[in-house]
Design a protein around this ligand. Structure first.
Ligand code: CP
Length: 319
């Protein structure tokens, strides 16, 4: 694996290798071995053109726990605000000796452009590009689901599991990344969304689609229910107006205690965060014992350690 740009590029074996490596990383953290020497001498640059809490901080924690040097770059406060291009930003980072660049960008395809344009030699990890892909989010989701729902998970996929993904599919790179990864790992995916928040061409995706959450809960024995954030900041064009109203959305698609009670007893509740509490998920559901939302965040560090380790360990440094 040279770069991690999206989940469609991952084979089943590669995905399982990342999950198994993440399990080893998680075990070191659980044994309170806070730092491994593996990436000493490597430099990881976090290049964030869009806001982030979880992804940025967990990539930084992951790189530091592997003893890499970390440079954090946020577009706000940088020369990007003076009009500097992605190319010139990349050339600058290359000159500083970046072995890997973790990029979040508002433009779909930005990570791929950085990887393929030849502006820099380092590995590129997509930390979320527009509405396109967020591969490490899907990997940490799969890791979390596997830990809860698969007995003796090492070496295994998610065969036979059924995962519901609910809400703003249209704007969701998390949904796109999850569909590819979950199906590669053998799970079945059920989408639940209003028709206005479903992408054009959904008929070609390997998913079943419902337009009300009650209907999906009734029709499927879901093992996991992943609630998506309603991304109001991306709803600027006429074609992506937020419809139905927030109240109607919560009534038809929100997860509350009553709906949660109608899921199979073993089913887990997931959310990539940040959450709109009271819109797509009630506080009662988010904070319930069935919610693994905080655990997803913790697992994100182990998964990102695994990705950086698999890309960078055993290579010469860029400097
Ligand atoms: N889930 C996720 O990507 O969260 P952040 O935007 O806070 O990184």
């Amino acid at each position: 694996m040279r770069h991690l740009l999206g989940t469609p590029q991952l084979s089943r074996d590669e995905a399982i290798q990342i999950l198994d490596t993440a399990a080893q990383m998680a075990a070191t953290q659980e044994r309170e071995i806070r730092k491994l020497p593996t990436l000493r001498g490597k430099t990881v640059v976090n290049l964030f053109f869009e806001d982030s809490t979880r992804t940025r901080i967990s990539f930084e924690a992951a790189a530091k726990r592997l003893s890499a040097d970390v440079i954090n770059f946020a577009a706000k406060g940088s020369s990007v605000s003076k009009g500097e291009s992605l190319k010139d930003t990349a050339l600058t980072l290359q000159a500083m000796g970046a072995d890997a660049v973790v990029i979040r960008h508002w433009a779909s395809g930005a990570a791929q452009q950085l990887a393929e344009a030849g502006w820099m030699h380092g590995h590129v990890v997509n930390a979320g590009d527009g509405t396109h892909q967020h591969p490490t989010q899907a990997l940490l989701d799969a890791f979390t689901a596997r830990r809860h729902l698969v007995a003796d998970p090492d070496g295994k996929g998610l065969d036979g599991l059924k995962v519901g993904i609910v809400g703003d599919i249209l704007h969701s790179r998390v949904a796109r990344s999850n569909v590819s990864l979950l199906t590669t790992l053998g799970a079945e995916v059920v989408f639940v969304a209003p028709p206005t928040l479903v992408p054009v061409g959904i008929e070609g995706w390997p998913v079943t689609v419902h337009h009300a959450l009650d209907e999906a809960i009734e029709a499927h024995e879901l093992d996991a229910l992943m609630m998506l954030r309603v991304q109001r900041e991306r709803m600027t064009g006429g074609g992506s107006a937020f419809f139905p109203s927030p109240e109607e959305y919560t009534r038809l698609f929100g997860l509350d205690a009553d709906r949660m009670g109608r899921l199979p007893e073993h089913a887990i509740i997931m959310h990539p965060g940040p959450m709109n509490r009271g819109l797509e998920i009630s506080a009662e559901a988010a904070d319930s014992p069935r919610s693994v939302i905080v655990e997803q965040v913790a697992n994100g560090v182990a998964v990102r350690m695994a990705v950086l380790y698999l890309l960078l360990a055993g290579e010469e440094s860029a400097e």
